[in-house]
Design a protein around this ligand. Structure first.
Ligand SMILES: C[S@@+](CC[C@H](N)C(=O)[O-])C[C@H]1O[C@@H](n2cnc3c(N)ncnc32)[C@H](O)[C@@H]1O
Length: 282
């Protein structure tokens, strides 16, 4: 069953947002962005970009990093949530390097309030997984980008998660988490489809890179950090899942036990892959 809603024949671009907008969840986004910074931001094709649109900017956690890494960049952040944008503005005001270089606009990614050819680059990170019609969002992004612009899209591929030792409660919870996101109209597997989606709306020179995070005894420190980070991510969805009747208290408790075990097991393995795509507007 999907809660995708349509009105007058046009798909609505906003869906139920799985994680919610609590202060803890907003803090998690800052932590997540910094934690994954080197994997998401290294080598981005934004050297010549001056005027970037960040679609689904949330609390400005990626905006912060984009402005720090690209000193000539100006960022226009768009998000559907006024609460996220309020936090983003406050955060950016606290950063000396961001002064006068960012603006935030409330709006729907499927109906951008900008004229055609307004920007020379676009950055989307962990947003397509939350929208019911990613084609519409990518097509809107293309409309507001000038010829020659670069788009960078980073997305989840939740089917790739694996833990050693085997953790059945955690996997049951994970499947419930993914099912719930699908029912809300999102797509926890959208990363695998980025090439198709970008091609379908006419982007060119599409490159899709699968980014594996494979942590075992070779990287004990990073493995421990990742398991802690991942536990935070899993638990951030727990109140929503419990409220929707998708997981039992016993499953959540079992998952907590298993994650503790994984964290202390000398032969633990953490595996997950996300996907990053780059493409051009011609
Ligand atoms: C997981 S957060 C990611 C935020 C940011 N990109 C980051 O990496 O920290 C997803 C964001 O997408 C926003 N969002 C979801 N659907 C949207 C839509 N249709 N239009 C604009 N923003 C949307 C949510 O409000 C939320 O702030």
């Amino acid at each position: 069953m999907s809660t995708k809603s349509e009105s007058k024949g046009t798909k609505k671009a906003t869906t139920g947002y799985l994680h919610g907008f609590t202060r803890d969840e907003q803090d998690r986004l800052y932590h997540q962005a910094r934690f994954l910074e080197h994997r998401v931001h290294e080598g981005l094709p934004l050297r010549r970009a001056k005027n970037l649109i960040e679609i689904g900017c949330g609390v400005g956690a990626q905006t912060d990093i984009l402005l720090r890494r690209h000193p000539d960049l100006h960022v226009t952040g768009v998000d559907a949530s006024a609460d996220q944008l309020e936090r983003a503005r406050k955060h950016l005001r606290s950063l000396p390097w961001a002064k006068g270089r960012a603006q935030f606009v409330q709006g729907d990614a499927g109906q951008l309030k900008f004229a055609a050819d307004s920007f020379d680059s676009a950055f989307l990170c962990w947003i397509l997984e939350h929208v019911p019609d990613p084609l519409l969002v990518l097509s809107e992004a293309r409309r507001v980008l000038r010829p020659g612009s670069q788009i960078v899209v980073t997305e989840v591929l939740n089917a790739t998660f694996f833990l050693e030792p085997y953790s059945p409660h955690t996997l049951a919870y994970w499947m419930a988490f993914n099912d719930h996101q699908l029912e809300l109209g999102g797509d926890p597997f959208v990363g695998a489809k980025l090439g198709n989606l970008l091609q379908a709306v006419g982007y060119r020179d599409i490159e899709v890179e699968v980014k594996p995070i494979h942590l075992d005894n070779r990287f004990p420190g990073e493995r421990a950090e990742f398991i802690a980070y991942w536990s935070e991510l899993l638990l951030s969805g727990a109140p929503g899942l419990a409220k929707a009747g998708k997981v039992s208290a016993a499953t959540v408790a079992g998952m907590k036990r298993e994650l503790e075990e994984v964290a202390h097991n000398p032969n633990a393995v953490f595996f997950y892959s996300f996907v990053q795509a780059r493409a051009q507007v011609l």
